[in-house]
Write a protein that binds this ligand. Structure first.
Ligand code: ATP
Ligand code: MG
Length: 635
C-alpha cells in the first residue's frame, strides 16, 4: 500500500529524502503500485522544451491499480457512496466488485462503439455514479477522457469537444441541481450542430426529461450497456500515454486543455490523497467538488479509489433544500474527511449558524479546502463551527496543471495557521522568484511562486499546443515551472498564497496581494464576500477598487458601510491598503467552479466594459450587468 507519513518528524525526513534524491524517493512511491512492466528510468526531463517523463517505459493500466490490486482485500467494501440531489430519493452504493463490473461493461460498450486507445471521449454529465464509471471505463480501454463540467453552456461545450476532436459524447437527458433541472441533452444538441468529430452520443436517463434522440447518432446508455460482458481486459498503457484532458476553469482567459498522463498521475494522486487527508481504512471521505474539475478527478475518483477508500459523491448543491445539506450528509454517512472550497464556506457562513448547529458532526476528523485563498473569517468559522475546534484544516494549494496537491498541511501532523497552505509535500520544490527572475532564499520573502523540479503529477502539455504550454508555464522564469500565483514565505517558512500574480495591485510602489486586502474587508460583520482590483490612479499608479457583497444593509446606510469597510482595512493592514473606491454589489462574478473572476472586475474598474474577453466560463451575466450599472467610474 501507499507509503504513509505518521509524524512531523516523518514528514521532515521524507521531505529531505525527496529533495536529496528525488529519483529514489519517487521510485519508492512507484513500488506500491502494480506495473505490468517496471520503468527503466524514474524521470527524464528538461524545462526548456519542456519535456517531462516519469516512470519511463513503464507499462500499466490505472484501473488495474484500482480494481485488480484492491479486490482481494476490498472487493466487498463500498467504493462509491452516492447521495442524490433530492434527499428523499434513495442513495446508491457500489462496492469495489460492483463498480468493477459496471466499469467493464461500459468499457466494452465504448469498444463496441469503435472507441480505442488514444481516442477522445467527451463527457458532459451530472454527478451520478455513471460519471465516475465513464472515466474509469475510458481509462480501462486507453481512451482519453475530457470531462466538461455540466454547468457549461453549449458554446463552451462545443469549443472543448472541437479542441479535443472527441469521437463520442457521453451525456444525460438532464441533471438535477437543487430545485432546477439542467437540460443537458438539449444543450449538447445545440453544441453538436458544430462538432463534426462526434460519431455517437450516449445518453443516460436521469431526469426523464423530454428529449430528442437523433437517429443514427444517439443511443440510450442502458440499451448500449445491456448484454455487454462483465469482463474487459485492460489496455496496456505506457506511463506517458495520456489519461485525460481537462480544460482549466478559465479565470484568466481562453481555456487550456491540460493533458495528464498515466503513470505519474497515478502515483501522485494516490500518494497525495493518502497522506494529505490521512485516510484510514474504513473511513468515509467526502469531497464536494464536481468531477468536472480537477479536484473531482484527483480527489473524488482516482486518488481515493487507488487507495481503496470509500468516496462519497454528491449530486446536488450545498444550499438545497437548505444550507444544512452538507452537514446532513456528513451526519447520514458519518463522514470522516470533508473537502470543500472557500466559496462554499463563505456562502454557508453567510446563511448563519443555525444550519450547522445541532448537526451530528462528531465523525469528522479532517477538513480540507481548495480553489482560492481562504480568508481568516471563513477559516475560523469552518474550524469552530464545522470542525468543533477538533479537526485540522488542510488548506491545499494546487492547480489543474499540478494534478494533485502541492503545498498543504498533512492532516493532524503539520501545525496549521489560518490562511496558510503551510509546507510543500514531499517531492515538491517550491521557490519564490522576484520579478527579475532571482530566487529569493530564506524566510520572510514574497514573490512569484515557481517549482524548480518536476513531480510525477504535473501536466505534460496543452492538448494540440505544446508551444502555448511552454510559453505559459516555462518562459517567465528560466528552468522553472511558473504557477502564476504570488506567495509569501513567512518567518516560520510557511507559505501563504497571495492570489494570482496578474491580480497583484501596485500602490505607490507597494505590491499588495488581493487575498490580503479581501481578507481584511471580509472581517467586516456585514460583508459576505469581496473582490479587489487595481485601476489607473493619477498619483498612486494604481488605486484599489473594492467590490463588496453584503448581507442586508442595516444601520448607517451605504455610505456608512463603505466608510467602515475602509476603516477596517486601514486598521488590519494599514492605510496603504485602504480601498479608494468601495462599490456595494449584489454578488460577485464567478467562474462556474465558484472562483471570483477579477479579470472582469478589472475591466469595469478601468472604465472599459465593452470588451470583457472570454466569458464562456462566467456563471451569471446578470451580476456583471448590475455591477456595470452601479460602477463608481464611468464605464
Ligand atoms: P485558469 O488557469 O484557467 O485561469 P484556474 O486557475 O482557476 O483557471 P484551477 O487550476 O482550478 O483553475 O485553479 C488553480 C488556482 O486556484 C491556483 O493557481 C490558485 O490561484 C488558486 N488556488 C487553488 N487552491 C488554493 C489555495 N489553497 N489557496 C489559494 N489559492 C488557491
Ligand atoms: Mg490557473
Amino acid at each position: 500500500m501507499i507509503n504513509k507519513i505518521h509524524s512531523l518528524g516523518g514528514y521532515i525526513h521524507e521531505y529531505q529524502k525527496s529533495v536529496a534524491n528525488p529519483q529514489a524517493f519517487w521510485a519508492q512511491q512507484g513500488e506500491s503500485f502494480f506495473w505490468r512492466k517496471r520503468w527503466d528510468k524514474v524521470v527524464d526531463w528538461n524545462f526548456d522544451e519542456p519535456k517531462i517523463q516519469w516512470y519511463v517505459n513503464g507499462k500499466l493500466n490505472i484501473t488495474e491499480n484500482i480494481f485488480e490490486r484492491n479486490l482481494y482485500t476490498h472487493g466487498s467494501q463500498e467504493a462509491i457512496i452516492w447521495e442524490p440531489n433530492n434527499p428523499d430519493e434513495e442513495s446508491r452504493t457500489l462496492t469495489y466488485s460492483e463498480l468493477f463490473v459496471e466499469v467493464n461493461k461500459f468499457a466494452n460498450t465504448l469498444r463496441r462503439l469503435g472507441v480505442g486507445k488514444g481516442d477522445r471521449v467527451a463527457i458532459y454529465m451530472p454527478m451520478v455514479p455513471e460519471l465516475a464509471i465513464a472515466l474509469l471505463a475510458c481509462a480501462r480501454i486507453g481512451a482519453i477522457h475530457s470531462v466538461v463540467f455540466a454547468g457549461f453552456s453549449a458554446n463552451a461545450l462545443k469549443e472543448r469537444i472541437n479542441d479535443a476532436a472527441a469521437k463520442v459524447l457521453l451525456t444525460a437527458d438532464g441533471g438535477f441541481r437543487g430545485d432546477k433541472i439542467t437540460p443537458l441533452k438539449q444543450i449538447a444538441d445545440e453544441a453538436l450542430t458544430n462538432c463534426s468529430s462526434i460519431e455517437t452520443v450516449v445518453v443516460l436517463k436521469r431526469t426523464k426529461s423530454d428529449i430528442e434522440m437523433v437517429v443514427g447518432r444517439d443511443i440510450w446508455w442502458h440499451k448500449a450497456v445491456d448484454g455487454q460482458s462483465e469482463v474487459c481486459p485492460a489496455e496496456e498503457m505506457d506511463s506517458e500515454d495520456p489519461l485525460f484532458i481537462l480544460y482549466t476553469s478559465g479565470s484568466t482567459g481562453k481555456p487550456k486543455g491540460i493533458v495528464h498522463t498515466t503513470g505519474g498521475y497515478m502515483v501522485y494522486s494516490g500518494y497525495t490523497f493518502s497522506n494529505v487527508f490521512q485516510y484510514h481504512a474504513g473511513d468515509v471521505y467526502f469531497c464536494t467538488a464536481d468531477i468536472g474539475w480537477i479536484t473531482g478527478h484527483t480527489y473524488i475518483v482516482y486518488g481515493p479509489l487507488l487507495a481503496g477508500a470509500k468516496t462519497l459523491m454528491f449530486e446536488g448543491v450545498p444550499t438545497w433544500p437548505d444550507a444544512g445539506r452538507f452537514w446532513d450528509i456528513v451526519s447520514k454517512y458519518q463522514v470522516n474527511q470533508f473537502y470543500t472550497a472557500p466559496t462554499a464556506i463563505r456562502a454557508l457562513l453567510a446563511k448563519g449558524n443555525e444550519f450547522v448547529e445541532g448537526k451530528k458532526l462528531s465523525s469528522l476528523k479532517v477538513l480540507g479546502t481548495v480553489g482560492e485563498p481562504i480568508n481568516e473569517e471563513a477559516w475560523h468559522w469552518y474550524h469552530d463551527h464545522v470542525g468543533r475546534n477538533q479537526c485540522p484544516i488542510v488548506d491545499t494549494w494546487w492547480q489543474t496543471e499540478t494534478g494533485g496537491v502541492m503545498v498543504s498541511p498533512i492532516a493532524g501532523i503539520t501545525p496549521t495557521k489560518p490562511s496558510f497552505a503551510t509546507l510543500p509535500l514531499p517531492g515538491v520544490q517550491p521557490v519564490i522568484v522576484s520579478n527579475e527572475g532571482k530566487e529569493l532564499t530564506g524566510n520572510s520573502v514574497e514573490g512569484n511562486l515557481c517549482i524548480k523540479y518536476p513531480w510525477p503529477g504535473m501536466a505534460r502539455t496543452i492538448w494540440g499546443d505544446h508551444e502555448r504550454f511552454r510559453q505559459t508555464y516555462f518562459s517567465s522564469y528560466s528552468k522553472m515551472y511558473f504557477t502564476g500565483d504570488g506567495v509569501k514565505r513567512d518567518e516560520d517558512g510557511y507559505y501563504r498564497i497571495l492570489g494570482r500574480v496578474d491580480d497583484v495591485i501596485n500602490v505607490s510602489g507597494h505590491r499588495l496581494g488581493t487575498a490580503e486586502i479581501e481578507n481584511a474587508i471580509n472581517e467586516h460583520p456585514l460583508v459576505n464576500e469581496s473582490a479587489v482590483v487595481g485601476y489607473p490612479h493619477a498619483i498612486k499608479g494604481q488605486g484599489i477598487y473594492a467590490f463588496v457583497a453584503c448581507g442586508e444593509l442595516s444601520t448607517g446606510g451605504e455610505d456608512g458601510i463603505r466608510k467602515s469597510i475602509m476603516q477596517g482595512v486601514t486598521k488590519i493592514i494599514g492605510p496603504i491598503a485602504r480601498p479608494d473606491l468601495v462599490q456595494l454589489v449584489p454578488g460577485l462574478p464567478k467562474t462556474r467552479s465558484g472562483k471570483i473572476m477579477r479579470r472582469i472586475l478589472r475591466k469595469v474598474a478601468e472604465g472599459d466594459a465593452t470588451n470583457l474577453g472570454d466569458i464562456s466560463t462566467l456563471l451569471d451575466e446578470d451580476v456583471v450587468e448590475q455591477i456595470i450599472d452601479g460602477a463608481l467610474v464611468d464605464v
